[in-house]
Design a protein around this ligand. Sequence first.
Ligand SMILES: Nc1nc2c(ncn2[C@@H]2O[C@H](COP(=O)(O)OP(=O)(O)OP(=O)(O)O)[C@@H](O)[C@H]2O)c(=O)[nH]1
Ligand SMILES: [Mg+2]
Length: 306
Amino acid sequence: MFKETAFACGYAAIVGPPNAGKSTLLNRLLDHKLSIVTPKPQTTRKKITGIYHNNDCQIIFLDTPGIIDPMQELHESMLKTTRVTLKEADVIVAMIPASKRGDLFDRKFTDLLFRKWLHETQKPVIVVLNKADLLKKEAQEETLKIIRDRWKPEKVMAVSALLGAGINDLVQSLLPFLPFDTPLYPADILSTAPERFFVSEIIREKVFLQYGQEIPYATEVVIDEFREQHENDPLKKDVIRSSIVVERDSQKHILIGKKGMALKKLGMAARKDIEELLGRPVFLELFVKVRPDWRKKKSMLKSYGY
Ligand SMILES: Nc1nc2c(ncn2[C@@H]2O[C@H](COP(=O)(O)OP(=O)(O)OP(=O)(O)O)[C@@H](O)[C@H]2O)c(=O)[nH]1
Ligand SMILES: [Mg+2]
């Protein structure tokens, strides 16, 4: 599987438990905020494609939903995404987060990851121990040794996606496993997903950040209208109308808040990031809709792109 060419290109899937820092790593690699990041687990629900370019390589990174025990239909769809993404990959970046509590990392999960998820893919696996900034050097070495001896991946390394440590080493480690010797995408492309997908993700991120308990998990964001007007008339703002879907009336009330203040705050935070993403001002209008049990209904999930 090792090869030596002047240029290397291929697919690398980033997999691991929820909250490991997979999306943070993708953003760090691309030096761009593409994938949404929050302190809450199960933030990412769909595959996020991010294309890394330099003079020697092009790596199409695939950020995935964290691996969990499925509790409902939505989780099944998220896990299917991760399973299918593993099949598309030429090399797998298995992310194991260091634990803050001093017990280094979760061995039980790592066993499950290797035995159930990675074994059957038969693909080369690079383990990245993330959040290395939380561990002392000796603890890092000890953890890497345990992982190396027990699961025997192609390579193990410690990184801090948050601080950007170990990122260049990771890119270098992936090169031998990339099968193509010419780029698959033009050098100015960062992702294959359309702008409206990233707009919906930004709104979902703000819901995750602003609300507690079950609200973020019961929420889906749909872009109803994305009217680009700036090309015809640079003075006119693009119009984005979006629905925030929840499961119950009580959640709708919380989302909207007293006198609509909570929804207004959400809209302001989302608009700021959307404008940064698009590089132009937009008019953002948010609606809240109740769709009972959408997370359990296959037909609804399908209509939301799961
Ligand atoms: N200390 C520390 N925190 C990190 C690091 N990388 C990510 N985090 C934090 O971990 C949390 C989760 O990060 P995400 O990137 O959303 O994690 P994820 O693996 O994509 O999570 P899911 O999408 O839920 O599966 C965020 O609060 C990040 O800021 C790191 O290297 N060090
Ligand atoms: Mg994520």
